[in-house]
Design a protein around this ligand. Structure first.
Ligand code: FAD
Length: 404
């Protein structure tokens, strides 16, 4: 019993608070929010928000009234330390909050570029609403952007910048875009699509310096000796999980805050969810740290259920999406550790799915403009079923029959 204090009011923190109330939790719920906005959705920050002119309100999960009605105390501030023996969190303001249960939903922060001039105002990152606002504002007066990193966020931003009329170069150290996250087939498709849109993609290269004159960026030098002119640099080179608060309280951390399959840390009164959590996964074997809305919200729901008496191991199936230009990528399952990829549909027709198999087991599906395949994949996984690679490749095979 006792109050639940949630550190971090992002996707995971917000959902944990909302789900606790939904499940009838009646004690105090505090959501510690270190951003100067009501809790909001992050995905549009690199997509629609950059493109459009809608204000911050368009991103909010809920209006202020919701928190008052639900008796969710939104506390502006930052948690700076945890007194585990005394079960209290200390805020930067000096305030202490006693907890019955503490939820760490601290998310992740951008990995910063360690290059000369990387802290100039023309070098931007994308993680929080203020980043996206600043970028949208500054873009209006810029003509050439170099995007460092061809992950989801870098490519989403690149596509948007191109649509807005900027010259766009993308740098990627790996031999293909989104190399850690998707199959080679999907990388190739997106490389071709972005190039068709006029984006120059440079693979197997690194930025070695950012040039500037009078505090204004003039270009980026590459590891292969080339130099690209630019008046804006956008960096998307991954994130670091926010584990320091947990580590300083003596909780075990590695590539995330270590939690068991119930999302509990080594301290039974403290749990961690979302991007910051390295969780034990019996289903996938070993530990996982995922960065997705699905992961953060499903973690939050699982934890809220446990804290209201319905304790079950976390076992949701991962899914993800990324919008790049006119193309919608959706991923069901975890497309890692596969040894065979079967295509359904036709990349030339801009609609296909890559079915990924380990042996004869379907581990995940990457769909491009094939929402039906994606939903099929999620339902199939929910039933713990598979279809054969031959069935996947055969467009005349009726997917629905596998769900019956
Ligand atoms: P976050 O949402 O990062 O929230 C953590 C919060 O905790 C932050 O507000 C942080 O400031 C705060 N915090 C940290 N430390 C403290 C402290 N000590 N005290 C108080 N507060 C603290 N996922 C998808 O599935 N699909 C997408 O298309 C997609 N697009 C994305 C686009 C962008 C630009 C970004 C940045 C992310 C995107 N993601 C997407 C990923 C998704 O947004 C994250 O996985 C999700 O937000 C994780 O939720 P979280 O609650 O774990 O962390």
């Amino acid at each position: 019993g006792g109050p639940v204090i949630i550190v971090g009011a992002g996707h995971g923190g917000y959902q944990a608070a909302a789900s606790l109330r939904q499940a009838g939790f009646s004690d105090r719920v505090c959501l510690i929010n270190d951003e100067a906005h009501l809790p909001y959705q992050r995905p549009p920050l690199s997509k629609a928000y950059i493109k459009g002119s809608a204000g911050p309100e368009s991103l909010m999960f809920r209006p202020e009234k919701f928190y008052a009605d639900q008796k969710i105390e939104l506390i502006a501030g930052r948690a700076v330390s945890i007194d585990r023996a005394g079960r209290k969190v200390l805020l930067a303001s000096g305030e202490t909050l006693p907890y019955g249960h503490l939820v760490l939903a601290t998310g992740a922060r951008n990995r910063l570029l360690d290059l000369p001039n990387a802290n100039l105002p023309d070098v931007k990152y994308l993680r929080i609403l203020d980043d996206s606002e600043a970028l949208r504002k500054i873009m209006a007066s810029k003509t050439r952007v170099v995007v460092i990193g061809a992950g989801f966020i870098g490519l989403e931003f690149a596509a948007t910048a191109r649509i807005k009329g900027l010259e766009v170069d993308v740098l990627e150290l790996a031999p293909r875009v989104m190399a850690r996250a998707v199959t080679a087939e999907v990388s190739e498709y997106f490389q071709a699509r972005h190039r068709e849109a006029g984006i120059r993609i440079h693979l197997g290269v690194q930025a070695t310096s950012i040039e500037a004159e009078g505090g204004k960026v003039t270009g980026v030098s590459l590891s292969d000796g080339r130099h690209l002119p630019a008046d804006l640099v956008v960096v998307g080179v991954g994130v670091l999980p926010n584990i320091e608060l947990a580590a300083e309280a003596g909780l075990p951390v590695a590539a995330g805050i270590i939690v068991d399959e119930y999302l509990a840390t080594a301290d039974p009164n403290i749990s961690a969810i979302g991007d910051c959590a390295l969780f034990a996964s019996p289903r996938f074997g070993g530990s996982l740290r995922l960065e997705s809305v699905q992961n953060a919200t499903d973690h939050a729901r699982c934890l809220a259920a446990r804290l209201t008496g319905d304790s079950k191991p976390y076992d949701s199936h991962p899914w993800f999406w990324s919008d790049q230009g006119d193309d919608k990528l959706q991923i069901a399952g975890l497309t890692t550790g596969y040894d065979r990829v079967v295509l359904r549909g036709d990349p030339a027709r801009k609609a296909f799915s890559a079915f990924c198999y380990r042996g004869d087991r379907l581990v995940g599906i990457e769909s491009i403009n094939r929402a039906g395949d994606h939903m099929f994949g999620r339902r199939l996984q929910g039933m713990d079923r598979s279809i054969t690679p031959e069935q996947a490749a055969d467009e005349s095979f009726d997917l629905k029959s596998a769900l019956a």
